[in-house]
Write a protein that binds this ligand. Sequence first.
Ligand code: SF4
Ligand code: SF4
Length: 435
Amino acid sequence: MAKAIEACVHCGFCLPTCPTYGVQGQEMDTPRGRIVLMKDVLEGQLDLASATPYLDRCLGCLACEIACPSGVAYRELIGPFRAQTAGQRRRPLAEKFRRWLVANTLPYPGRFRLAVRVGKFGKPLGPLLPAFLRPMLQLLPKRLPARQTWPVRIPACGKRRARVVLLTGCAQQVLAPEINTDSIEVLTRNGVEVVVPPAQGCCGALAWHSGDLPAARRFAGKNLDAFADVAKSNGVSATGIDAVITNAAGCGSAMHEYQLIFRGTERAEEADRFRRRVCDISVFLRQLGPLQPIPRPSRPLTIAYQDACHLAHAQHVRQQPRTLLECIPGVRLVETTDPHLCCGSAGTYNIDQAEIAAVLGAAKANSLRATGADRIATGNIGCLIQIRNHLAQAPLAQTKLAQTPTAQIPTVEQGSGIPVHHTVSLLAQAYRGQL
Ligand code: SF4
Ligand code: SF4
């Protein structure tokens, strides 16, 4: 951490890219300010409680890392800092309870499904419930899609070109299980055998991004075992697996950080080997070579691709999803004016920092509407839900958005019916002739 802190020359190039600076407008809510805060806390010159609100407001979007000319590895600061100071932080009881509730439901599909059902009854009572519970209730979907399951091994169609294992995720399985089904369909159609480890679970991203290192290690360790075991029990050596596929940017980003999660432990080397094989589905499909021909949709489509921060900034994946979408005949891609800005989802940020997340979500929805796109594509379940929610709402008042970096917000009609999909779902729909 000292190395990353020392690399900062306080030039401020990162400031305009920081969404929280755009909303809050103060130095302590900038990457530069947060680096100074972390340094002062670590050196014992500042008490943790004074720094915590500003560090909690960091989305972890890593837009600052991309913008930094000095190569400050911000990801080596914010995650490890949160993990290191987790035990010393004092939080109000209500906040502790909310964090406990989230940590003990979201990563477990069965519990999460149950919580959504129970929460639906509580939703009409929203205004009467304690304020700390309301953001969670607001995010609950009106209805849950039917549960979907996948066989352990799904053979490739035709001649096998590759074999991969798929992370099926946790909350995504409940909120949008079709993303996994669509991923398997697109992969197998293109000659890829897919193995789905049955013993896998949450990748640990939620715990890691909230500073709970022991839980992150538990989740990640379970997956290291599950992915190794499924390869063995299917008679496949580790070298017989071409990649570990993720289709959620947040999960992929956390899995790429397994070496940070296990740093200093006996599993550090294993975690480092594992994370080198983790690959977002868009990257893998581009590396695979030419795709099977995709039928032309019934009409030309205009698609706006929204970068998920954990894909674009954390994994440097920007072009691959766009190129994949352009493989669909007749598709025209359009861009927003703020592709680098976070939509405010960021793991559980839209629960923990609901107000800032709402401003960012509304701004993103407005800039996506302004593209005139028929469809919106993104590569992360959190962004997908956040954007859907904000497109369904009336645009936030111009006055509230005036402070944001997307200052030229267009006037739009209430709500927008623009469908939002995962990139791979649009590909699957195109293959099925459903576009
Ligand atoms: S751009 Fe990099 S070096 Fe400059 S202030 Fe930001 S983090 Fe520091
Ligand atoms: S990670 Fe995102 S929110 Fe946090 S300091 Fe960097 S740009 Fe700002």
